[in-house]
Design a protein around this ligand. Structure first.
Ligand code: NZQ
Ligand code: ZN
Length: 397
């Protein structure tokens, strides 16, 4: 196990009716003092109005005397133009707390606004590698189990001028509180439930496939999260009101991405880097893009480094170990993962997003940090531009 630092101080309020606490939590974690700044209420495209959550939030803020301004419209794969608008609004209205209500997109947009509002330069600097050192505090009410942004120190934004979809990091953008009521996810359509599940599983996979030895504790936590998702996702899709399934998935989504599964080990992150391109160019849903890219990545890298794939097959997918031909076991694990993704309704080719094979070089070069010949991309198997193109080809089959 490698040395690590881990500090994940988000306060979680989990369970039925938890969203009613929002006003009190903003007061507790924001400055809350009379005469202090306002809260920015930030949300997506309207699902929170349809479900009635918006009214509950507004009532709770008012009951607790929290003054607020609002900005809706964070779209899936949120864009920089709305972030600029949010930053301007925060400065104009003296905002000192940002409350995101929605999924990863509203939360990431809120985090970018929170960082940009107290930064003198262009907030996009953070998405070009500058670490976020200062931000307004961010609180969250989560409505979809997927991105894990409710517990992560990251934000992912698409620059709508250049179509670069990039991430940024900073401990200060980890939410100070996150409200997780599984009931709020019961209104999700099956394709969003499934895409969220694929995202959660790939967050674990990016950490699980590592060459760091003797990491039994994190290996076993990863396997527990994956097995939970294999059991609960079909139950939530079959019966969207299954509270137990929704609750287990919601907490799995947090555990998968606050880095509990990833400490002390090298991580990979090629699947995410590659999946951002079809999202940036074709608007592909993040989890659905991962459901196509991740198995393609697995097929490519398992040929080079099959060891961890054998463990994945046996411990996660209950495949029988073939001692004479472990590569057959490795392949079977990948096949079972693919079959699972298909069963929950995920796509299996980039064609399903409207992408074309001619896009491959454009996608590969647009990632931006992949060596032409130098193998500098990823962790489990180091890849160069040519390897990335080969993986994209596998994702078109
Ligand atoms: O916008 P509204 O109207 O709210 O509709 C959303 C959206 O259309 C809808 N939805 C959300 N909750 C709902 C609901 N519909 C009905 N009932 C509900 N309860 O679902 C759609 C998807 O929402 P979105 O927020 O885009 O989903 P998700 O949580 O999957 O977020 C995806 C974004 O997160 C980024 C992705 O790249 C993508 O941009 N990620 C963020 C990460 C992070 N910050 O740590 C890590 C991830 O790897 C990921 O990259
Ligand atoms: Zn993800």
């Amino acid at each position: 196990m490698l040395n690590f630092s881990f500090c994940s101080p988000t306060y979680f309020e989990f369970g039925k009716g938890a969203e009613k606490e929002v006003g009190a939590l903003v007061k507790r974690f924001g400055t809350g003092a009379p005469g202090a700044g306002k809260t920015l209420l930030h949300y997506g495209g309207g699902s929170i109005k349809k479900s009635g959550l918006y009214d509950t939030v507004v009532a709770s803020l008012r009951e607790n005397g929290v003054e607020f301004v609002e900005l809706g419209g964070a779209q899936p794969n949120p864009v920089s133009s709305l972030v600029y608008e949010g930053i301007e609004l925060c400065r104009k209205e003296n905002v000192d707390f940002v409350l995101a209500v929605g999924g990863g997109s509203a939360i990431d947009s809120a985090k970018a606004i929170a960082a940009g509002a107290v930064y003198d330069g262009d907030f996009w600097d953070f998405f070009q590698g500058r670490y976020v050192e200062k931000a307004l505090p961010v609180g969250v009410i989560l409505t979809i189990a997927a991105a894990g942004s409710e517990g992560s120190p990251n934000s992912v934004i698409t620059n709508d001028k250049t179509l670069e979809k990039r991430g940024c990091s900073g401990e200060v953008i980890r939410p100070v509180f996150s409200i997780l009521n599984p009931e709020l996810t019961q209104t999700l359509p099956p394709e969003q439930t499934a895409a969220g599940a694929a995202d959660i599983m790939v967050h674990v996979i990016e950490r699980y496939f590592s060459n760091t030895k003797e990491v039994e504790i994190t290996d076993r936590i990863c396997e527990a999260v994956l097995k939970t998702m294999i059991y609960e996702t079909p139950r939530a899709i079959e019966n969207p009101n299954n509270y137990a399934a929704r609750a287990n998935i919601m907490w799995a989504g947090m555990v998968a991405h606050n880095n509990l599964c990833g400490v002390g080990r090298e991580q990979d992150w090629v699947s995410h880097g590659m999946a951002h391109e079809p999202s940036a160019f074709y608007g592909a849903t993040h989890g659905a893009a991962l459901a196509v890219i991740c198995p393609a990545w697995m097929k490519f890298v398992s040929r080079v480094n099959p060891d961890k794939f054998v463990q994945f097959a046996v411990r996660v997918w209950d495949c029988q170990m073939n001692f004479e031909h472990p590569e057959i076991t490795a392949r079977e694990g990948i096949e079972r993962f693919e079959l699972f993704l298909k069963k929950i309704g995920m796509p299996s080719s980039l064609k399903e997003f409207g992408a074309k094979e001619e896009d491959i070089p454009k996608f590969a070069r647009h990632i931006g940090r992949v060596g032409e010949t130098e193998k500098n991309f990823g962790g489990y198997v180091k890849l160069n531009l040519n390897d990335v193109e080969e993986i994209y080809k596998l994702a078109f089959l």
